[in-house]
Design a protein. Structure first.
Length: 459
């Protein structure tokens, strides 16, 4: 759609998630090309030219598109396994299977992961892919191709591991790269795919996996590479008490101090989980503007604990939401994480106001955009920003008796998505993807999951 063509959305409630949390009980949004041209209360202005479509959004809430800040797409084809394990036991159980993925499996799993998120309101996705078995094919290319076909805005966090079982790590020896290979693969992916422009659909981050699967050299050189190339940095941090103990035993310090010693705190860095953070850790993240991807369902699934999200927000730490890999969050949906983040962070005595509905929505939208370094472009509904937005249907049995639409969205059942726009293009209509065949993806993911299971069983 050219900039001269306009889509007009009217008669919906609007939660802009801007700096003032501006909301309209009934209002309009005008999309021109790939930008939000204007929005406000009441009907759209008269005399608009080039209007190619008008949407009567009565009974809907318009919000910014959801932004996912942590995921592992390949795990879509290993869902439902090791369901009663903690993180380390879960990794040991699943790494031998994951180490046998190939290009066709990654493409299908990425399709499944992206489709599930997109049909539930995600307009910007990310994938932290760190398993690159030798001879597996072009895994990064397959994942990016799936994102482009789905139509979502996308960040590939090109991950890596160079510490295998023989070095005291968890992954099998044949599932890791050399230090040199990991750095070269990351740089090649950045050079091939990263787009630094305002309306970029694909960006790349440098993302060594986690302290217990990578060497200190990979962390240090990975940070140097990322900053030389001008891309963001991502890894796992402070996920479990076992990780805390492991870092103290191996490095003589906790995860946050270790990361800071290797150049891994800063406004260009975000970390997944950050469950076991003390006051000093939170202060360090706030001081350096290091971001956090909060994954409440995965943390609960693996019994990792409850991240101190209210304390992080109070300190000024940028926080977004993450699905995490679907081997530890089988639903694969981000819109349910709004509710789960709110409820889980209220657990405990006298925590009934730890998070509220609007804070939860901000985590899933503007907070995620901050964490991915794209808050100037997405994450709120404002004139001049990219047209990434969602219309949630709130006039059905599930929500109609809840007066406040934001409360209905966050506290209520998962709301249907009537329309989802990315870059001004509609990719969801009536909770179905318009860009890809969901039924074909379901068949493909089932077949690839079975093929991987056969290969792993015969290894």
């Amino acid at each position: 759609m050219s900039a001269a063509q306009r889509i007009v959305i009217e008669n919906c409630a609007i939660a802009t998630v801007d700096a003032q949390d501006t909301e309209y009980a009934t209002g309009h949004i005008v999309i021109a090309g790939n930008r939000i041209e204007s929005l406000g209360p009441g009907a759209a202005p008269d005399g608009l030219t080039g209007v190619v479509r008008r949407i009567d959004a009565t009974g809907h809430l318009a919000t910014p598109g959801l932004v996912n800040t942590h995921h592992h797409f390949y795990q879509w084809i290993t869902r439902g396994m090791a369901t009663d394990h903690n993180l380390f036991d879960w990794l040991v159980a699943l790494y031998p299977t994951w180490a046998r993925i190939d290009e066709a499996m990654c493409y299908s799993a990425a399709q499944g992961s992206l489709a599930m998120m997109a049909r539930g309101g995600v307009t910007t996705a990310m994938d932290h892919h760190y398993v690159y078995p030798r001879g597996a094919g072009d895994l990064s290319g397959a994942i990016i191709r799936a994102a482009q076909e789905t139509g979502v805005r996308f960040t590939l966090a090109r991950g890596s591991m160079d510490r295998s079982e023989k070095d005291g790590g968890l992954p099998p020896d044949f599932a890791v790269e050399t230090l040199e290979g990991a750095l070269a693969g990351t740089e090649e992916t950045i050079d091939r795919y990263h787009d630094a422009s305002f309306d970029a659909m694909v960006q790349i981050a440098a993302a060594p996996c986690s302290p217990f699967s990578i060497s200190t050299e990979l962390l240090r050189h990975g940070a140097e590479l990322a900053r030389r190339k001008g891309v963001r940095m991502h890894t796992h941090g402070s996920e479990t008490v076992e990780e805390e103990k492991w870092c103290h035993e191996l490095f003589g310090m906790g995860p946050t101090d270790y990361f800071e010693s290797t150049g891994w705190l800063g406004e260009d860095v975000w970390m997944a989980h950050c469950v076991h953070m003390n006051d000093s850790d939170i202060e360090a993240f706030a001081r350096t503007r290091t971001g956090v991807a909060h994954c409440p369902s995965s943390n609960a699934r693996l019994a990792a604990g409850i991240a101190r999200v209210p304390d992080m927000l109070a300190a000024g730490v940028p926080v977004g939401l993450g699905v995490d890999g679907t081997a530890s969050n089988e639903s694969g949906e981000l819109h349910t994480e709004l509710r789960n983040a709110l409820l889980i962070n209220r657990l405990g005595a006298h925590r009934e106001s730890a998070l509220n509905a609007r804070q939860a929505l901000r985590l899933g939208t503007y907070g995620g955009a901050q964490v991915l370094g794209r808050a100037a472009e997405i994450g709120s509904l404002e004139s001049g920003k990219l047209a990434d937005l969602v219309l949630w249907k709130l006039d059905t049995l599930a929500h109609a008796s809840i007066a406040d639409p934001v409360t209905a969205l966050v506290f209520g059942a998962a709301a249907p998505v009537t329309a989802s726009f990315v870059n001004g293009r509609q990719i969801v209509a009536d909770s179905r993807l318009t860009t890809v065949d969901e039924d074909a993806i379901a068949r493909s993911t089932r077949e690839e999951a079975r093929r991987l299971a056969r290969i792993a069983a015969g290894a």
